[in-house]
Design a protein around this ligand. Structure first.
Ligand SMILES: N[C@@H](CCC(=O)N[C@@H](CS)C(=O)NCC(=O)O)C(=O)O
Length: 297
């Protein structure tokens, strides 16, 4: 064995060295090769539809999308009638996020994106965390005003936004979507996701909700990602990561899943699966589709 061969860890491709300048290989495989691009901006002209409600949401029922539909449904559940919304489907698998109308709301071409048309001047919002804070401040709900509690809620909210890419883009990608398995990458991100689950588990062992004794936008942001992970619903990795061992995360996940706002919010903008609504334009839309959440399926 040569020294160079000995330096390559097990299960790592040994025959790749980066070129001097990176070039775009459109055929590089992987689950999302058809939508990944190294450039921003629109690929085609397409105006966005506008419905009758003050809020126009352009989204998809992925964990990042569900954060916002849960927030809307929780606000409506609290009795904030002015939080009514139209939820339009943006099918990212078909490149809807690169339409000119969508890009003008979110130059980053990712769901969720929101137009707040409730005031004189329409306000565009992108990034799920920014959308949650905007709605929480507008309705004075789910974000405590007490400075200590507010700081805790915002800290956990930003923890989610910063941490989930390691779960999805890191672990999920290399474990489930990459065209071949790379032990180094899977090990690196499995370790990080387990560490994150332990961070949550310890916090939820000392407090009922992430920010303390109140349910907040931090829970709404974390639950669609880490609650789904706790139940083995994403990437088929429940057993691999031994998610049952995170007892406090399990308790909190089950507790939130019982909330009517969560139950409705998770059904919005789903392209597949029974119980899902492709679009939501009225509270009665939920009655038209028999409910069947992933746990029940
Ligand atoms: N940091 C963003 C992440 C949004 C995001 O990654 N959205 C994904 C779906 S979950 C997306 O739209 N992907 C389409 C693409 O990358 O082209 C947020 O929290 O809003």
């Amino acid at each position: 064995m040569t020294d160079a061969a000995a330096a390559v860890p097990p299960n790592c491709p040994a025959d790749y060295a980066p070129a001097k300048v990176w070039t775009w290989n459109k055929e590089n495989g992987g689950r999302f090769a058809n939508i990944n691009r190294p450039i921003a901006g629109p690929t085609h002209d397409k105006a966005l539809p506008i419905g009758k409600h003050p809020f126009q949401l352009y989204s998809l029922g992925t964990p990042n999308g569900v954060k916002v539909t849960v927030m809307f449904e929780e606000l409506l559940e609290l009795g904030h009638k002015a939080a009514d919304y139209d939820a339009w489907l943006i099918n990212i698998g078909e490149g809807d996020q690169f339409g000119s109308g969508f890009v003008s709301v979110n130059p980053n071409s990712k769901i969720p994106a929101l137009m707040d048309r409730s005031g004189k001047t329409p306000i565009r919002l992108f990034e799920s965390g920014a959308i949650l804070i905007h709605l929480a401040e507008k309705f004075g709900a789910f974000l405590p005003t007490d400075p200590v509690k507010r700081a805790e809620a915002l800290s956990w909210l930003f923890w989610q936004v910063g941490s989930a890419p390691y779960l999805g883009g890191g672990f999920g990608h290399f474990y489930a979507y990459a065209p071949f398995k790379i032990e180094y990458a899977i090990d690196r991100f499995a370790m990080e996701v387990k560490r994150q689950m332990d961070v949550l588990d310890r916090r939820l062992g000392e407090a009922e909700y992430l920010a303390g004794d109140e349910y907040t936008i931090a829970d709404m942001a974390v639950w669609p990602w880490y609650g789904a992970m706790a139940k083995g619903l994403v990437y088929g990795a429940g057993e691999f990561l031994e998610v049952d061992s995170y007892k406090h995360v399990q308790r909190w996940t089950d507790q939130l899943a019982k909330r009517p706002g969560v139950q409705r919010g998770r059904r919005v903008n789903r392209v597949q699966g029974e119980g899902g609504l492709r679009e939501r334009h009225d509270a009665s839309d939920f009655d038209a589709v028999p409910e069947k959440t992933p746990e029940q399926a």
